[in-house]
Structure formats: structure tokens, C-alpha cells
Design a protein around this ligand. Structure first.
Ligand code: NDP
Length: 331
């Protein structure tokens, strides 16, 4: 029997539930009374560390599905009969996308198309959220990006996200699907893996404070980003599927800071002089990068009554506190 027939609660299906956003979104939807299903490429071998960390694992029904494999996508959607589908799966590292461009671009566009096609083919009544990205815009030196700003991506990751964004917009226009993309700017949390620069800096500063080593090597300090707090952002995703009509929206704090400001803030919060501990190695820089990324989240405020609660200073404090807690727990 499909889950729809035995349930009165709303059913959500999250592709990519093992990731940072998948775990926080699952937590939010469970708190809202949803039945939550989620996919991983192979549920038998995935650790689901984030779901365990948030104590959600027993509350979620898991499925194996590979977004680029149409059969697995259509089967899971047909089986779950979700009221809402969230596409959060895919290769999410901009840096890695330069080394794995085909998988990143292919996964981004084909994966999203497979979900759209499955919804269209099955004719199910569902609402679809797609994870787009600030990387679609490239540099925004002319002024903070709005939903009307043209895309000029500067990475294979951004190219894949831009293509998927237009596929969603096309299926909405052509077939009347309730489908929309959140154009999310960077959002961080303790669930981010160590390869991301914010975690690298937080963990590096704490290691230096513990005298494990003296220098942290970064590729640059001059790039500027709009950094937010992931739990705030999944709230915006959920709100996007409760609107009266689907609309692509920017989700961001509206504040842009340089990486140097981020470093300075982290190191000063752990009582270190950052200049003594940072070294620059230009070989770590990406072949092409976004130097300045800024956003105007005004439309999301208007449509969703949403704005980021956690801004730069408290974001940094939260990341440090969470890492200290993780270390205490690990002994
Ligand atoms: P994560 O990397 O934490 O999670 C994505 C999930 O996708 C993984 O848990 C993994 O699940 C699956 N995945 C990883 N690599 C691949 C691959 N090569 N092919 C297919 N699936 C893969 O991402 P986030 O939770 O941080 O982000 C969620 C979505 O939002 C992503 O699409 C990301 O690109 C996008 N986004 C994120 C931003 C951010 O700042 N965090 C900003 C803007 C957009 P499993 O191993 O279980 O299959």
C-alpha cells in the first residue's frame, strides 16, 4: 500500500536527506507533523551521520535512489506519493566541480530533469523545490543580486545549477507544475564537512589555539560572500512550497563579508591574532572564482515573510561553539 493511503499527515520526500540541508529540513518538517521520506544513493552503506547527530534517524523512511537514474527516481516518487518533493541531492562542492565537471553538471541538470519528468509522467499532485545557488550569478559587483539579475556562472557547479534552474522554470511554464528554485547563498552549520572553507577556518583556529600547529593555509582572503545559518534557510525552503503560487526566490542574509573578515572574527573569538597564523598559497585558488557575491533577499521577505535570523557575528559564534562541543563529546 502506498504511504498516501494510510496517512493523513502531509508527506515530504527529500532527495539528498543525508546532507546538511537534508537533515535540517527533515528536522523542521518532522516538527511540523510531516511524514518524512528521504533518499540516498545507497541507503545500505550511507552512514546518515547528520540524521543520527540530530536524533532523527528512527523517524525517517529511507530509500535508495540515484537522481541520474530515471527508473529509481520514478519508482521512489510513485511509491511515496509525496505532497512535497525537495531536491537537495548532488555534488555540492564548487571546488570539486573543477575536478569533476561532467559528473557535477550532468548530475545537476539530468537529476533535476528526472524529477520533473517523473512528476509530469505520473501526473501526481505534488509541489517541487529545487536547490539552485548563488553560484548561478557569478560576480555581483554591479550591486546585490535580485531575482532579475542575469546568470553568469564561474564554475562547473554554477553551470549545472543554472541549467537546472531553467529546466524548473520551463516545466512550470510549459506544464503548470508547482515547481520553484531557491537561489540560496552560502549557508553554514556544524554539519558542513571539513573541506568547506568556513569549517576549515573554525577547526584550524581551534587547533592553533590548542597548539596543535601554528599556521593555517588558505588560497585567498579577498573573496566576499553572503554567509547564513543553514537551519534558517531550510525554513525558507519549506515556506516556498506553502505559497499560493510557485516563485523562484533568493534566500540570503543581505550582508556580504570578505573571507578576511571571517578569519579575523573567528581568530579574535578564540583570542588569537590572525595575522600570525594565516599563510596564503595561491595554488589553492580555483581556476575561476567569484570575487564578490552579494544578494538582496527583499522579495523573500515580501512573499514568504522570511528573513535570516542568524547574521555574521552570531553565525561565527555558533560555528565555534558547535565545534568546541563536538571536541568535548569526542574527548
Ligand atoms: P551536501 O553535500 O551536504 O548534501 C548533498 C547530498 O547529495 C549528499 O548528502 C549526498 O547524499 C548527495 N551527493 C553527494 N555527491 C553526489 C553526487 N556526485 N551525485 C549525486 N548525489 C550526490 O549539500 P547541502 O546539504 O549543503 O546542500 C543541499 C543542496 O543545496 C545541494 O544541491 C547544494 O548544491 C545546494 N546549495 C547549497 C548551499 C550551501 O551553502 N550549503 C548553497 C546553495 C545551494 P548521498 O551520499 O546520501 O547520496
Amino acid at each position: 500500500m502506498s504511504s498516501k493511503k494510510i496517512a493523513t499527515a502531509k508527506i515530504a520526500l527529500i532527495f539528498g536527506i543525508s546532507g546538511q540541508d537534508g537533515a535540517y529540513l527533515a528536522q523542521l518538517l518532522l516538527n511540523h507533523g510531516y511524514l518524512v521520506h528521504g533518499t540516498s544513493r545507497d541507503k545500505e552503506i550511507t552512514s546518515f551521520a547528520n540524521l543520527h547527530h540530530l536524533n532523527l534517524f528512527p523517524s525517517i523512511t529511507l530509500h535508495s535512489a540515484v537522481l541520474t537514474d530515471f527508473r529509481s527516481v520514478i519508482e521512489v516518487i510513485q511509491h511515496v506519493q509525496p505532497d512535497e518533493i525537495y531536491n537537495l541531492a548532488g555534488q555540492s562542492s564548487v571546488a570539486l566541480s573543477f575536478d569533476q565537471p561532467v559528473d557535477t553538471i550532468n548530475g545537476g541538470i539530468v537529476g533535476t530533469l528526472n524529477i520533473l519528468e517523473a512528476i509530469r509522467f505520473l501526473k501526481i499532485e505534488t509541489r517541487f523545490y529545487n536547490a539552485a545557488s548563488s553560484e548561478c550569478y557569478g560576480n555581483t559587483e554591479a550591486g546585490p543580486a535580485t531575482e532579475a539579475t542575469p546568470f553568469q556562472p564561474r564554475s562547473p557547479y554554477g553551470v549545472g545549477k543554472a541549467a537546472a534552474f531553467w529546466a524548473v522554470a520551463n516545466y512550470r511554464a510549459a506544464y503548470g507544475l508547482y515547481a520553484c528554485s531557491g537561489i540560496l547563498f552560502n549557508h553554514e552549520s556544524p554539519l558542513r564537512p571539513a573541506r568547506y572553507v568556513t569549517q576549515k577556518i573554525v577547526r584550524g583556529a581551534l587547533d592553533i589555539a590548542d597548539n596543535k600547529y601554528q599556521k593555517l593555509t588558505l588560497g585567498t582572503l579577498s573573496i566576499a560572500r553572503d554567509w547564513g545559518w543553514a537551519p534558517d534557510y531550510v525554513d525558507a525552503m519549506a515556506r516556498m512550497l506553502q505559497s499560493s503560487s510557485p516563485e523562484d526566490l533568493i534566500i540570503a542574509t543581505g550582508e556580504t563579508h570578505t573571507l578576511e573578515e571571517f578569519v579575523k572574527k573567528v581568530f579574535s573569538k578564540v583570542n588569537l591574532q590572525w595575522e600570525n597564523h594565516i599563510e596564503i598559497n595561491k595554488t589553492l585558488q580555483r581556476p575561476s572564482d567569484i570575487y564578490y557575491s552579494a544578494a538582496n533577499p527583499g522579495r523573500a521577505r515580501e512573499v514568504l515573510d522570511w528573513s535570516a535570523e542568524t547574521k555574521f557575528d552570531s553565525l561565527v559564534s555558533r560555528l565555534i561553539e558547535a565545534e568546541l562541543e563536538r571536541r568535548r563529546f569526542a574527548g
